[in-house]
Design a protein around this ligand. Structure first.
Ligand SMILES: *Cc1c(COP(=O)(O)O)cnc(C)c1O
Length: 429
């Protein structure tokens, strides 16, 4: 259990080396439940840490503004080919530095300043770059929003699901040029087809932001928006388990505009070390065992949810079908805020993030919800029964949050559970 990707890191910088060692310890002795995180493979990390960080390559393969890009061209072409093959898309741009950059590049490519865009509201599960007042996107474009249906405690007919009637009504009223599907805090499968139907009804373009579920789509556990959307954006570091970064897939008719919006529209030199690492991740995601991984993620979420419900938590939308669970803490303990839960769990060695729930009465800084995810610890090897244990540990810490000894005991139990799970022992070379 001593394998660490930084064991062999030769550094003349003891301060940074020491901090990396501390972070290695944190990542492997506490439970990682942040839904947007994962453990990238050693191959992905090796490419990220490679000599490609030395190269300037503004432009695209065959059309660079610098010399010496023969090899880099092959690398970026390989990444693009692997990505279009993985998702069956016409065209790929692998240069966006992040998911947010990818989204803004798409707006820049397809819209004029002031054009109207229809997206899921932030407090209903949307992303900041979907027009939040805090994001520059809301200053350049006119965002209007749709929401989720009201809470409904009937298990046969759960509420808090994307409200397609509202989406259609908003589309007919505001005639957006672009409709966005996809979410950042939403635990259910998203069917791309009704989005396309509504977009066609009003002649809008459709973008899907699959940042969270790109891996689940690649593994075949979730429906692909690629056949339905004009453009699909995503991050490469969430369920897709690659390096930190973004990517864009689009129909051939938008390819030129998308490429120009990424560079020179928005970014300078691409991060070819990240692009090489993206290529590695795309190959990994095309292997058969990646589907086994993504199916296990979903099974683990379902088991985790069932265990949490038994402990008295309410799941927003009554369940989960992906890698994430959005917990409404109010049902468990009306006084417990998301902020306090996150802090208590941090002390107990369980890493989570607070999150608003639909129509949250508390502010985004305090919140009434907690978001947890199973992608990272599934990589580390956890199965359904282990997530039931995690649910028990979480509950014990939160119930006894004012008893320091009890929280410390949970932290010890967490460390002991994790002796069985090492993310880096599970990757074969
Ligand atoms: C995470 C996320 C992003 C942004 O990705 P970054 O790499 O953090 O910029 C965009 N959209 C959605 C839906 C996300 O979940």
């Amino acid at each position: 259990m001593s394998f660490s990707p930084i064991d062999n890191w030769i550094s003349n910088d003891p301060e940074v080396t020491g901090l990396l060692q501390k972070e290695w310890h944190r990542q492997t002795t506490t439970i990682q439940l942040i839904a947007s995180e994962n453990f990238a493979s050693p191959s992905v990390m090796a490419a990220t840490g490679s000599i490609l960080t030395n190269k300037y390559s503004e432009g695209y393969p065959g059309r660079r503004y610098y010399g010496g890009n023969q090899v880099v061209d092959e690398i970026e072409d390989l990444a693009r080919r692997r990505l279009t093959a993985l998702f069956g898309a016409d065209h790929a741009n692998v240069q966006p530095h992040s998911g947010a950059n990818a989204n803004v590049a798409v707006y820049q490519a397809l819209l004029e300043p002031g054009d109207t865009v229809l997206a899921l509201r932030l407090d209903q599960g949307g992303h900041l770059t979907h027009g939040s007042p805090a994001s520059l996107t809301s200053k350049f474009w006119n965002f209007v929003s749709y929401g989720v249906t009201p809470r409904n405690d009937d298990p046969e007919n759960p509420g808090e699901l994307i409200d397609f009637d509202n989406l259609r009504a908003q589309a007919l009223e505001h005639r957006p040029k672009l409709i966005i599907g996809g979410a950042t805090a939403y635990a259910r499968k998203i069917d791309p087809r009704p989005f396309r139907e509504i977009a066609d009804e009003i002649g809008a373009m459709l973008m899907f932001d699959s940042a969270h579920v790109a891996g689940l789509i690649a593994g075949g556990s979730h429906p692909s928006p690629v056949p339905y959307a004009d453009v699909v954006t995503f991050t490469t570091h969430k369920t897709l388990r690659g390096p930190r970064g973004g990517a864009i897939l689009c129909r051939e008719e938008h390819a030129k505009k998308i490429d120009s919006a990424v560079f020179p529209g928005q970014q300078g030199g691409p991060l070819e070390h990240s692009i090489a690492a993206k290529a590695v991740a795309f190959r990994e995601a095309a292997q058969e065992n990646f589907s086994t991984y993504t199916d296990q993620i979903v099974k683990n979420s379902v088991a985790f949810g069932e265990a949490l419900v038994k402990e008295g938590f309410r799941l927003v939308s009554g369940g989960t079908e992906n890698h994430m669970l959005l917990l409404d803490l109010g049902e468990f303990d009306a006084e417990l805020t998301g902020k306090e839960a996150q802090e208590v769990l941090d002390r107990a060695g369980i890493t989570t993030n607070r999150n608003t729930i639909p129509d949250d009465p508390r502010s985004p800084f305090i919140t009434s919800g907690l978001r947890v995810g199973t992608a990272a610890e599934t990589t580390a090897g956890m199965k359904e029964k282990d997530f039931a244990t995690v649910a028990e540990l979480m509950t014990r810490a939160l119930r006894n949050r004012n008893d320091e000894a009890a929280v410390t005991k949970v932290r010890e139990d967490v460390a002991s559970l994790l002796t069985d799970f090492n993310p880096y022992a599970n990757f074969t070379k």
